[in-house]
Design a binder for this molecule. Sequence first.
Ligand code: VGL
Ligand code: ZN
Length: 204
Amino acid sequence: MNREALIVVDIQNDFLPGGALAVNQGDEIVPFVNELMDSFDLVVATQDWHPANHGSFAANHHGKKPGEVIDLNGLPQIMWPVHCVQGSKGAEFASALNTSKFKKVFQKGTDATIDSYSGLFDNGKRKSTGLGEYLKAEGVEKVTVVGLAADYCVKFTALDAKEFGFEVVLPKAGTMAVNLQPDDFEKALKEMERAGVEVRGGKK
Ligand code: VGL
Ligand code: ZN
């Protein structure tokens, strides 16, 4: 069996314009992703799903502001605004996203003590979400990764999927970046390409 799967990363309200950790034009990928889902018989999603006391939130560290970097239990951690809190509106999938195609949703960032950008493992590779193992068990060999954000969760999901042994495709029209620095999107694309991820297409 040589199966392909689509991994839809974190297309949640908080990452859309108006959200707590808004990705510029993040909403513009949704029609592309909805259409792409039709050409896959296996679609899975990841959902950033933090407890309110999560260690990645600047608000949980006295005097820290979003964008600063701290040491969180031995790992460098960017301070983020409070986002994707479990059960909140911001943590819900974008209303325009066709979630009926999702065979399974893998939640991540649920442990307050460690962040999880990748949909497969936390940032310390301490725990698996089960996504890689699930896809392997389904006979998947090749994955396409889309979603938000290109410079964090999409990048680390693509890199971990590659390392897990999948062929990985990233269509540029299916992602947008946070761009804390203006060239973070380009840097992320180069880093993925260097790791053997097939970056496809122009910017629509
Ligand atoms: C993400 C920062 C913090 C993402 C999640 O989905 O790219 N970025 N949490
Ligand atoms: Zn997060």
